[in-house]
Write a protein that binds this ligand. Structure first.
Ligand code: ATP
Ligand code: MG
Length: 330
């Protein structure tokens, strides 16, 4: 497996910088999740690493080797796209076998069959192996696309929201599988998702893109606890971080314009009065929507909370984050 390095990578479409001077070192064997809203440059990053697109400037290295001018095949990377991309005229089995039948690999038929059946089982698609790829649901097609990447042994896996079209149960099964495949094989994985739980549970590192710029790169915990800005702070955490004018609570440092309170950074039972506006029982926790001096806040409390709409709860901040006028953390 391999380390991937982006050095000052810029990619322009027309007069729009899809990526601007992005530098990032993706350690060998890491699981890197790229976060950012639509248009931030996530897919562009994957396409450049895969070789489907070329950077306008800057350089990409895989395992210490410059990728300049190399085709996707020469890079030995496996990509799973946002939209499934299968050979429609082939069966599921043939789609899964395809990457292994490359003359370059020269894989024995018995080994091919073994790998395909193991992957099909993991992806819970064994019963559909003889279906035409077109005779599948969207979620099944996506599983076959993932399978096609996994049967190979590439240097790097690139996955663009691979689980987004799957139902919650399958998504959580495959989250665990992907993470264990990555951990066991030591594969390097660059992964795009909008799903908070995927990011927190699978990533060894998280990269945050904002308008084509990489604004933070670190562990999920670092990003959660020490986001560089309000933008970075809102990328992780469900419910989202509460952002309020800093002066609604006492104790803000002089330059602070915004106070950021994760739901668990709101202590209940002492402090100042807030009004309960909505109570959501989620099974393992209760989500409380509060109104505090005309600002809306979301916090969490115990699963069997008896609080109701209209109740008063005392709250106070507990080690909050503060941000300056530019939204940068102080
Ligand atoms: N082939 C292209 N031609 C022109 N503009 C493009 C092309 N590909 C991407 N862009 C632009 O580059 C920017 C980044 O696009 P990209 O697809 O990387 O976003 P993304 O972060 O993957 O978003 P999403 O979450 O919606 O998938 C966007 O403004 C997009 O419109
Ligand atoms: Mg995309």
């Amino acid at each position: 497996m391999a380390e991937v390095i982006l050095r000052g990578v810029t990619k322009t479409f027309g007069d729009h910088n899809a990526l601007e001077n992005v530098s990032m070192t993706i350690p060998n064997g890491s699981f890197v999740v790229l976060l950012g809203p639509t248009g931030a440059g996530k897919t562009t990053t994957l396409r450049l690493v895969s070789g489907l697109d070329q950077p306008d400037s800057g350089e990409i290295l895989i395992a210490g080797q410059s990728m300049r001018g190399l085709t996707p095949a020469q890079r030995n990377v496996a990509m799973v796209f946002q939209q499934y991309s299968l050979y429609p005229h082939l069966t599921v089995r043939q789609n899964l076998e395809f990457p292994l039948k490359s003359p370059l690999l020269n894989t024995a038929q018995a080994e091919i069959e073994g790998k395909v059946s193991a992957i099909a089982e993991m992806l819970q698609i064994s019963h559909k192996l003889d279906n035409k790829a077109t005779a599948l649901s969207g979620g099944e097609m996506q599983r076959v696309s993932i399978g096609r990447a996994l049967v190979r042994n590439p240097q790097v896996y690139l996955m663009d929201e691979p689980l987004s079209s799957l139902d919650a149960k399958l998504r959580s099964d495959l989250r665990i599988e992907l993470k264990s495949i990555q951990a066991n094989s030591g594969a390097t994985l660059l992964y795009v998702t909008h799903d908070q739980i995927e990011a927190m549970t699978m990533a060894t590192h998280v990269g945050v893109l904002q308008n084509g710029k990489l604004i933070q790169f670190g562990s999920p915990r670092d990003l959660y606890e020490k986001p560089v800005s309000t933008y970075a702070a809102t990328r992780l955490g469900q419910p989202r971080i509460n952002l309020l004018p800093a002066d609604v609570f006492a104790g803000a440092p002089p330059r602070a314009v915004t106070i950021g309170l994760r739901p668990e950074q709101i202590l209940q039972g002492r402090g100042e009065d807030s009004l309960v506006t909505r109570v959501e029982h989620l099974g393992d926790q209760t989500r409380l929507h509060l109104s505090f001096r005309n600002h809306q806040l979301v916090t969490v409390t115990e699963p069997h909370s008896v609080l109701r709409h209209g109740d008063i709860v005392k709250i106070q901040p507990d080690s909050p984050l503060y941000f300056d006028a530019d939204g940068m953390r102080i």
